[in-house]
Design a protein around this ligand. Structure first.
Ligand SMILES: C[S@@+](CC[C@H](N)C(=O)[O-])C[C@H]1O[C@@H](n2cnc3c(N)ncnc32)[C@H](O)[C@@H]1O
Length: 228
């Protein structure tokens, strides 16, 4: 994926998605779920139809994905979902009042498999602080990835974050070594650690991206962190 130019998909610094704006956009103040990186829109379409008492906002930067999503949402006739072309980091930096979001979903964030690109991954300590600020008390950050190295990074970032509690209920093993595209084989002989992860979230549908990962033999890692 091409990285958007800095600032290209940032909301105006003065924009806030406050109660007034939410009433204008959704017509109510139902609990708000933000899906980051909605891709082709399979998840937001599924969830907005299933959870009619929640409002959904998808953040996506990829125009073709946004076009697909709009078509899907229109075809379903759902009224509780919106999509915005915005970079999640910028949006969470400026647009959300503290405690205003019920759940954040980040399913299959771009894995950036090359070691030199790991720093481009969205789930970092800096981003975790922004998500924590936006979430209401008890709010959830649900995450899934099929990249074992990213899974390790998610644990490193979030298990030690004071604002989050890992709500996982199953233990999975991960190699305690960061690897990149060319040296993944080193994971096999690296020491292993057991990490608390979540069962598959029942509100998460199978997207074509996840299906490809499963067909390629990759394991899926699910995470559920609660804002404390
Ligand atoms: C690997 S795809 C997964 C898509 C979808 N969640 C799924 O499961 O099919 C990651 C998506 O995140 C989007 N994305 C990457 N960085 C983003 C950012 N900073 N803000 C919003 N979306 C982003 C990409 O354009 C891409 O559509």
């Amino acid at each position: 994926m091409k990285i958007p130019e800095k600032g290209k998909f940032s909301p105006a610094p003065s924009f806030r998605l406050g109660a007034f704006e939410r009433k204008e956009i959704w017509g109510n103040l139902n609990p708000l779920v933000i899906e980051i990186g909605s891709g082709q829109g399979e998840q937001i379409a599924f969830a907005s139809k299933r959870f009619k008492n929640l409002d959904f906002l998808a953040l996506e930067v990829f125009p073709q994905g946004i076009a697909h999503t709009i078509r899907r949402l229109k075809a379903l006739g759902v009224e509780n979902a919106r999509i915005l072309q915005a970079d999640a980091f910028s949006f969470f930096s400026t647009a959300l009042p503290a405690g205003s979001v019920f759940e954040v979903w980040t399913f299959f964030p771009d894995p950036w498999p090359k070691t030199k690109h790991h720093k481009r991954r969205l789930i970092s300590s800096a981003f975790a602080s922004l998500v924590a600020l936006a979430l209401c008390s008890g709010g959830r950050w649900r995450i899934a990835t099929d990249d074992s190295d990213y899974a390790l990074q998610i644990h490193e970032v979030l298990d030690s974050a004071p604002e989050f509690k890992n709500m996982g209920s199953v233990y999975n093993e991960l190699a305690l070594l960061h690897v990149g595209k060319g040296n993944r084989h080193l994971q096999a002989s690296a020491p292993k650690g057991k990490f608390l992860q979540a069962e598959r979230f029942e509100g998460r549908t199978l997207t074509s991206f996840e299906k490809k990962g499963i067909e390629a033999g990759r394991k899926i890692y699910d995470f559920d962190y609660k804002k404390i």
